[in-house]
Design a protein around this ligand. Structure first.
Ligand code: DP6
Length: 330
């Protein structure tokens, strides 16, 4: 059995930061995202009978050839294989050979774990001869440890319900990718590896003295952004997206130990985005746990903004994304 799966990374408009339960990857709040068309993982899996065989090769965007995965990378895959086996109540083992490649640079600060683990969730479930409903597939992807992977499974614009327990903490599409002509331009200002990964970061979120305020803020904000989205009110939508970014970064900066990801380049881009807006082009920024920015704009303004943004001295390159479908078989 051989299967090829494609899955996108996603950008959160409302962030997942902080876990109620880390083993089951249960978040403290709902989150809301869009799948990214130019940032996908393509994963080929060959299922073999001998369960001893567990191999993976990776082709980085910048490279021409596949290279063997590191022990740490393969370790995460074999751990997720065990999780998938338990989740699916399967007893019979199989072996696998995986080839994984990304359509975007590894060091662009775009979480490749979301696209990779959502793809792997579908590949493993198929290799176990299972056709999971989308909800179950998103739960399995969440259990990979990269929680945001669950949001890469459904199409287009995706809501992750925090749920009460594991069976109801899942992601679902609230609109298809052609629902709204908006775009995400990733402004890469740093290609340095992050010192603290998301897993460690989530663990510290609740040590911020502002964490409970954030939960109150999100209780009000989640219905507001949904309303702006449903009305396609871009001004209201973008304003909330940007406000939420500051709220999220405030948690990063005040958790213990604090996480400071922004660089001069980040601040310069924010200034530039605000300038562009003043001059009449509506665009808003959002950030993940890193230095690079995501600019959210309307599709009609994409071309004009791309050339403006490329000209910012600290911007190394721009990756332009439209909303796209979720995890699927090629
Ligand atoms: C800041 O634990 O899903 O991007 O394992 O790196 O994919 P990775 O991260 P994960 O946390 C994501 C945190 C975030 C916000 C978000 O995407 O909601």
């Amino acid at each position: 059995m051989k299967i090829t799966v494609v899955s996108p990374a996603n950008i959160a408009f409302i962030k997942y930061w902080g876990q109620r339960e880390s083993n089951l990857v249960l978040p403290c709040n709902d989150s809301f995202s869009m799948n990214l068309s130019a940032c996908t993982t393509t994963l080929e899996m060959e299922r073999v009978e001998d369960p001893i065989i567990q191999e993976m090769q990776i082709k980085l965007f910048e490279k021409e050839h596949y290279e063997p995965a590191t022990e740490a990378q393969l370790g995460k895959v074999t751990a997720f294989y065990k999780t998938a086996k338990i989740f699916l109540h399967e007893t019979k083992d199989f072996g696998f050979r995986i080839k994984s490649s990304n359509s975007f640079p590894m060091k662009a600060g775009i979480a490749s774990s979301a696209s990779f683990f959502s793809a792997l969730a579908l590949a493993f479930s198929k290799a176990f001869n299972r056709d999971l409903p989308e909800k179950e597939l998103s739960i399995l992807a969440r259990l990979s440890g990269s929680g945001s992977a669950c949001r890469s499974v459904p199409d287009g614009f995706v809501w992750w319900h925090k749920g009460e327990n594991s069976p109801d903490s899942f992601a679902e599409s609230i609109a298809a990718s052609d629902y709204w002509d908006i775009a995400d331009l990733v402004l890469v200002v740093s290609t340095e590896e992050k010192k603290t990964g998301s897993q460690e970061g989530h663990g510290g979120a609740q040590t911020s003295e502002f964490f409970n305020d954030r939960m109150d803020y999100l209780e009000l904000t989640l219905p507001q952004i949904k309303d702006a989205f449903q009305k396609k009110d871009f001004t209201k939508f973008g304003t909330i997206v940007e406000e939420e970014s500051y709220n999220f970064v405030n948690i990063l900066n005040t958790q213990k130990p604090p996480l400071n990801y922004w660089t001069d380049g980040t601040l310069q881009c924010i200034k530039e985005i605000h300038n562009l807006r003043k001059k009449g082009t509506e665009c808003y920024f959002t950030v993940d746990a890193g230095a690079n920015l995501h600019l959210i704009c309307q599709k009609k303004d994409m071309g004009k903004l791309e050339s403006h943004l490329q000209a910012i001295p600290t911007v190394q390159y721009v990756i332009s994304n439209l909303p796209t479908q979720g995890t699927h078989i090629l």
